[in-house]
Design a protein around this ligand. Structure first.
Ligand code: GLV
Length: 321
């Protein structure tokens, strides 16, 4: 008997794929994550060979110990896998998969939506009209920032960063980027110019974060970095909250070191630093980067297929370990 656990209610197509392959997965039928001790109980209830996780489940030594020695794969329903201790999985021979490629466009769309919303004060305008207090057009009401001719600085020129870069071409923006290593192919294809992080912070009118979260990128943007940005800069984060020191961001916005922010992710998700909730120059979204029907179906299909392949002794292409 092959046992598979899915830690959350997920798009049906993933469950269907597993059933068509002859498996009968156990599903924790909740939309939100269950408490850790409950989760560990569910994980230990049977000897699972595969567990399909979301980014909320911390897969660490404790989780893996509880799961037991039959576990062959942890398939993460996300491209980011900072919730998984990859080394701990490797040392136990547990494979790890993620969902690269299929969410790059959707996530870049969300980043660009936040960029436009922050630049053109879309939410402030919506609230004004909705309040019924709008008295009419004025020459200086809710003035925003132009995109055309301005510089977009992309931090992390991976798949999602490159999709963001592509979108900026249509808005006639100048493009600079910072990455762990230079990507000459992307430079040629997208007309992006490589910069040190400090140069990028100083030169960008818009900064969009697209790097994975790891020990090197946690708090990559802190007080010192916000100080280096233009007073008119707009920062967008659709990657992972802890890449930005949220307290430093609040200070930067309060003291007008920068102009605005568009945030899809938060340092202590789902908690949001209280000050951000009342700032007019902040656009907030509840981690919706990959939240389109087509993208989520593609993600769950990748995760389910990785499980099926590993359980059949094959090697899926989306393994990170
Ligand atoms: C979503 O945040 C993901 O990493 O896929």
């Amino acid at each position: 008997m092959t046992n598979i656990l899915i830690t959350r209610r997920v798009p049906q197509v993933g469950v269907r794929l597993l059933k068509e392959a002859g498996f009968e997965p156990d599903i924790i039928e909740t939309d939100l994550p269950i408490a850790r001790d409950e989760l560990l109980k569910r994980v230990s209830a049977k000897s699972y060979q595969a567990i399909l996780t979301t980014m909320s489940e911390k897969v660490d030594d404790e989780f893996l110990d509880v799961a037991g020695k039959d576990l062959k794969i942890v398939a993460n329903f996300a491209v980011g896998y900072n919730n998984i201790d990859v080394e701990a999985c490797k040392s136990r021979g547990v494979r790890v998969s993620n969902t690269p490629g299929v969410l790059s466009e959707a996530t870049a769309d969300q980043a660009f939506a936040l960029l436009l919303a922050a630049a053109r004060r879309v939410v402030e305008g919506h609230k004004l009209v909705e309040s019924g207090t709008w008295e009419g057009w004025t020459p200086t009401q809710l003035l925003g920032r132009d995109l055309s001719g301005q510089t977009l600085g992309i931090i992390g020129m991976g798949r999602i960063g490159q999709e963001m870069a592509k979108r900026s071409r249509g808005f006639d923006m100048r493009l600079i980027y910072h990455n762990r290593s230079r990507d000459e192919e992307a430079e040629k294809n997208l007309g992006a110019v490589y910069k040190s992080l400090d140069e990028l912070l100083a030169e960008s009118d818009f900064i969009s974060v697209h790097t994975p979260l790891n020990a090197e990128t946690e708090h990559l943007l802190c007080y010192e970095q916000f100080k280096k940005m233009k007073k008119t800069a707009i920062i967008i984060n659709t990657a992972r909250g802890p890449i930005i020191h949220e307290k430093a961001l609040v200070k930067a916005l309060q003291e007008k070191w920068i102009w605005a922010a568009g945030l899809d992710v938060f340092e202590f998700e789902p908690k949001v630093t209280e000050e951000l909730l009342t700032m007019p120059n902040v656009v907030l979204a509840p981690h919706l980067g990959s939240a389109t029907e087509g993208t989520r179906d593609a993600m769950i299909s990748l995760a389910a297929t990785a499980i099926i392949k590993v359980l059949k002794g094959e090697t899926p292409s989306n393994l990170v370990a």
